[in-house]
Write a protein that binds this ligand. Sequence first.
Ligand SMILES: NC(=O)c1ccc[n+]([C@@H]2O[C@H](COP(=O)([O-])OP(=O)(O)OC[C@H]3O[C@@H](n4cnc5c(N)ncnc54)[C@H](OP(=O)(O)O)[C@@H]3O)[C@@H](O)[C@H]2O)c1
Length: 205
Amino acid sequence: MDTHRTIGVLGAGEVGQAVADQTIRYGHEVVIGNSRGPQTLEALVDRLGPKARAATAEEAAKPELVILSVPFFAVPELTDLTNWSGKIVVDTTNQFAAANPWRGRYDVGDLTGSEWVAQHLPGARVVKALNTLFAPFIAADPRHTEGRQVAFYAGDDADAKTAVAGLLDQFGFAAVDLGGLREGGRLMQLDGALSAKHLLLQDVG
Ligand SMILES: NC(=O)c1ccc[n+]([C@@H]2O[C@H](COP(=O)([O-])OP(=O)(O)OC[C@H]3O[C@@H](n4cnc5c(N)ncnc54)[C@H](OP(=O)(O)O)[C@@H]3O)[C@@H](O)[C@H]2O)c1
């Protein structure tokens, strides 16, 4: 991703803020929204600086690339927020049934979590990414002397995946393609083999 762009961040909690930090660090503009309204985000945008704008959830969903960082169970509330058709949505969610993670998993039947998310955002080009990392590891510089933090991604639209991989690369992650929302998403989601795994890629040569 060579040009600077405006990125929507839907959800201004730990993950939304971590992605906003990275996004601004690399010169992009951020429109960030939550459920309670922009007046609750003043301190946050003061900290993020002039490239950040506090917005309604509707405004945060407008850009062509939107970071989805809300609780999983809140996703159905977003269906009518905007025209999702064609938008790239970076799905960072994990399918907890409630805010308390001990309350179990949200039942999505045979679907993977991101397939279910995609069903609720009609026409969106969903790329699952960053959900396997704890928020402090999303905010931090992924480049370590021992290697680069791996950021897995999965999706069903090749162009959307290329755009998201470009952003992850720009942030300094080692972006690793796991395929589509079904097979890759299953590995990345809660209880998948790669859930909560924090790996470093040792660059050689
Ligand atoms: N925390 C982590 O380390 C971590 C790591 C990887 C993935 N995840 C996943 O990433 C997602 C976000 O996690 P988080 O820890 O950042 O959550 P969080 O701190 O609880 O923040 C959630 C954000 O979503 C907003 N939100 C809730 N309902 C909304 C709606 N209908 N419209 C717009 N905004 C809404 C909340 O706004 P209000 O406060 O105004 O309601 C809040 O800003 C979750 O799915 C989580 O499972 C978390």
